[in-house]
Design a protein. Structure first.
Length: 106
């Protein structure tokens, strides 16, 4: 499962903030590829993967698969739920930031 690299995300936010204030800040370090869009896409893919994994475990438990433990099913379901809620909060913050920027006088 891919985790969000918070340091990289913070650096990109600072770089975008610097560009808005007229300063040019490097967005990428040498040797690093991708940007905010790629990070967001990989995070969404990770959330989707965790939800699919939780669903597969739940179906296996419901089918009474002897290798599936209830605690594994519950932990996977909680991880999927938590990652989805975190992604929804990030989306809400991005929408709010976009609306704030669009409402700024030019």
């Amino acid at each position: 499962m891919n985790d969000i690299n918070t340091q990289q995300l913070l650096e990109q936010i600072r770089a975008l903030s610097g560009e808005l204030q007229g300063e040019l800040a490097p967005v990428e370090r040498p040797g690093e590829t991708g940007g905010f869009g790629e990070l967001l896409k990989s995070t969404i893919d990770s959330v989707s993967e965790s939800q699919q994994e939780a669903s597969a475990l739940r179906r296996a438990y419901e089918a009474e698969d002897p290798g599936t433990d209830l605690t594994e099913v519950m932990i996977a379901a909680q991880k999927a739920s938590l990652s989805f809620r975190a992604m929804a909060e990030v989306r809400n913050k991005l929408v709010t930031a976009y609306q704030d920027i669009m409402n700024m006088p030019v």
